[in-house]
Design a protein around this ligand. Structure first.
Ligand SMILES: Cc1ncc(COP(=O)(O)O)c(C=O)c1O
Length: 392
């Protein structure tokens, strides 16, 4: 697992295309067995199939690899992406499972691309419904075997981004039911604050329940009614309906689930400096004592938030099982940490930005809290130049 970035099988992205071997020792390890265990746990709780959300390159974990691993888990019925492009990448990697595009399609012409890649579109407006109807009518020759085209209708019950509001959405349901080339296979909504506002969530779920009832009484035969993200799956049994759509918890970014991603680097430079030494851009940091400073080849260009080195709740990295604070501003490609007092530190030592070192652990959730953001932003912010190394 800790073979590091020289593992030729695994580096992803443009750098891997240019270089058969990556030299810079900064990489992300993705623990696929841990992710599979998280998914099994979610399945055991939800007791309905899982549509695993792999938006934003699988929350930064690498969409193709996590999707392939997840689809081997009993009960994972399909994948959720945010765009045609994300779905097309999965299809081109040979993935055949159902893929729902969770965002509404715009420009509307992209409906044709979605059909081409056998992706299931979300309809979120009357115009969206008309476009999928036209796409179905336009199919010729062997493509007619794709008929009827499946879609899911998104109901906006309070998130307020995209989706038809109810009861205005009745018109869209009626339109889709009249369209012979289209099958309204699913109806769904998205919860805005299931982890922190019971009253808002109750209202969302009650609006959704009403929409489902009315759509069914209009004649919709819905195979998939769904509302639950991770928070819904774990905290709101009534949101589970026919499938759940977790992302966060499957990646181990929810309390009690196993973290899947570790971000690691190595000490590339070491020096001793006297008390009063100014370090880094802007001269923001001055040593208070004689210090041993390690330089790491990781920076905000890799997704390490600069605010961790300058904020009041500054973080650090783990070296030899010890927490070492940042010394000076994190720069684009490098960061310095204070390793004074950590016995035996040498150039080449592993430094853990996210993950475990000895008995210490630093989580993406912890980093997010220190950086004043959410764990989604930390993991999706790990940039393409960081190779992902997979434990199968
Ligand atoms: C429509 C939709 N469903 C499900 C999810 C998964 O949410 P979570 O990662 O909180 O489980 C997302 C993620 O943002 C989403 O946009």
């Amino acid at each position: 697992m800790s073979s590091g970035p020289s593992d030729r099988r695994t580096p992803s992205g443009v750098y891997a295309v240019r270089f058969p071997r990556l030299w810079r020792p900064t990489w992300a390890e993705i623990d696929l067995p841990a992710m599979r265990r998280n998914l099994k746990r979610l399945k055991a709780v939800a007791r309905v199939p899982i549509l695993f959300v792999v938006k934003a390159d699988g929350y930064g974990h690498g969409a193709v690899r996590v999707a392939q691993a997840a689809l081997g888990v009993d009960g994972v019925m399909g994948l959720g992406v945010s765009s045609v492009e994300e779905g097309a990448v999965l299809r081109e990697a040979g993935i055949k499972a159902p893929i729902l595009i969770l965002g509404s399609l715009y420009p509307f012409e992209s409906t044709l691309a979605a059909v081409h890649y056998r992706l299931t579109p979300t309809v979120a407006s009357l115009e969206g419904a008309r476009r999928i109807h036209l796409a179905a009518r336009g199919l010729r020759g062997s493509d007619r075997s794709l008929l009827p085209l499946s879609c899911h209708l998104k109901i906006d019950t309070g998130m307020g981004r995209v989706g038809v509001r109810w009861p205005a959405g009745r018109e869209v349901v009626e339109y889709l039911l009249r369209s012979s080339g289209v099958r309204l296979e699913g109806l769904y909504t998205h919860l805005a604050c299931a982890e922190d506002s019971p009253s808002f969530t109750k209202r969302q779920l009650s609006l959704f329940s009403r929409a489902v009832g009315e759509a069914e009484s209009l004649g919709a035969r819905l195979k998939w009614r769904h509302a639950a993200n991770s928070a819904g799956t774990l905290l709101w049994p009534e949101s589970r309906w026919d499938l759940v759509r977790p992302g966060l918890a499957a990646y181990g970014l929810w309390e009690g689930f196993e973290p899947v991603l570790s971000l690691k680097t190595r000490v590339v430079f070491l020096k001793n400096v006297p008390a009063g030494t100014v370090l880094g851009y802007g001269g923001l940091f001055r040593t208070r004592r004689a210090s041993r400073i390690a330089t790491l080849p990781v920076g905000y260009g890799d997704g390490l938030p600069r605010v961790l080195s300058t904020g009041r709740r500054a973080g650090g990295v783990l070296v030899r099982g010890r927490r070492c604070p940042f010394a000076g501003a994190i720069s684009m490609d490098m960061a310095m940490v204070d390793v004074t007092g950590v016995a035996g530190v040498s150039v080449g030592d592993e430094a853990v930005v996210i993950g475990r070192s000895g008995s210490e652990e630093q989580t993406a959730r912890g980093i997010a809290a220190a950086a004043g953001t959410i764990p989604y932003e930390i993991v999706t912010g790990i940039t393409a130049r960081v190779p992902r190394v997979y434990a199968p």
